[in-house]
Design a protein around this ligand. Structure first.
Ligand code: ADP
Ligand code: MG
Length: 332
């Protein structure tokens, strides 16, 4: 009930804030925590500045560093499942590099994140419903870097130029992109592995590269109703966004500058689209970036969106933390 009320009021966007623990290095460097979780159960987060003045932010959920992957996924799960009922859904992780975007979305082998758990649950429910529905599930894995779309499931030798097309019956698609049909979770795991190893190709520093590109997993679902013969198509985007940090002044030249400008442009385009939707604006500027253009079907209309705003607890990251929380407040 609460879920629906929030959705109606907020143009179908919900915002969950997740704070990672202080790292060992931060602890040994004497960093302190600037985040106060006293009212986390009410969705409130306090940020203490250098003179210990507290500023509070409110979200649909606030996770403390102790909240694990199970807790986080449990809250995202109702939304994820709605893709089987024909809704387009979009879940993305926003924040400074090093705050846990990849941890939340991909997770680690022993501690899987939203992507894997989502597919696992979709297969489970599809099986439970198999007397009434058959579901076809396929996945694409894309990367957007410097406003160019790269297909991480196609062999690196085939460097097709990928463009977004509006299909006649509604959903956007990208001609030529690999849509890998998956029948079980083992196949999914292989596909996800292929995608993440392709990310490394052609970059000398994988971590740096991934912090400057958006990694986008698209799950396409075709539901065939065995009783009334109806067929619906829907899609779920799971997006690990590029790091939102501002570029250090010393780096502001050449390729780094261009990358930073493209990241800025796409993240602010995302903010613009979401706030235009929340304000029920007549014009929604989807075309201002590849990111928002790709997500168009899953942002707005009766689609459902969830943003994880990821933050660091450290005093050293205070200004980036404030800027991420302001971004998230603007879209909410
Ligand atoms: P990002 O993708 O935003 O750059 P990462 O997901 O790579 O950040 O996280 C940075 C580091 O912090 C990783 O070592 C990750 O395992 C760890 N980390 C992030 N979030 C958590 C968390 N909630 N609990 C424990 N460790 C975390
Ligand atoms: Mg990452």
């Amino acid at each position: 009930k609460l879920f629906n009320e929030v959705q109606e009021a907020k143009g179908n966007i919900r915002v969950f804030c997740r704070c990672r623990p202080l790292s060992k290095i931060e602890v040994s460097n004497g960093c302190s925590t600037v985040v106060d979780f006293d009212a986390a159960n009410d969705g409130e987060l306090g940020i203490l500045n250098s003179s210990s003045m507290k500023k509070t932010f409110k979200f649909d959920r606030v996770y403390t560093p102790r909240d694990d992957q199970d807790v986080v996924y449990a809250d995202a799960s109702p939304m994820v499942i709605s893709v089987l009922d024909g809704y387009n859904v979009c879940i993305f992780a926003y924040g400074q590099t090093g705050t846990g975007k990849t941890f939340t979305m991909e997770g680690t082998k022993g501690n899987r994140g939203v992507n894997y758990r989502t597919l696992e649950e979709l297969f489970k429910i599809a099986k439970e419903r198999s007397e009434t529905f058959t579901y076809d599930i396929s996945v694409s894995v894309l990367e957007v870097y410097n406003e160019q779309i790269r297909d991480l499931l196609s062999p690196p030798t085939t460097s097709k130029k990928l463009e977004i097309k509006q299909a006649t019956e509604g959903l956007h698609h990208i001609p030529g992109v690999v849509e890998a049909k998956v029948e079980n979770i083992e196949e999914v795991w292989n596909v996800l592995q292929t995608g993440s190893s392709a990310r490394a190709v052609g970059s000398n520093n994988v971590n740096e590269h991934s912090s400057r590109s958006h990694c986008m997993l698209c799950i396409m679902v075709t539901a065939n109703n065995l009783i009334n013969g109806e067929c619906t198509k829907s899609k779920l985007w799971l997006v690990d966004l590029a790091g939102s940090e501002r570029l250090a002044k010393t780096d502001a030249q050449g390729d780094r500058l261009k990358e930073a400008q493209n990241i800025n442009r796409s993240l602010s385009a995302l903010g613009d689209v979401i706030s235009a939707l929340a304000n029920r604006s007549n014009h929604i500027p989807y075309r201002n970036s590849k990111l928002t253009h790709l997500l168009q079907d899953s942002l707005g209309g009766d689609s459902k969106a969830l943003m994880f705003v990821q933050i660091s607890p450290s005093d050293k990251d205070l200004s980036e933390t404030i800027s991420s929380l302001n971004f998230a407040t603007r879209v909410r």
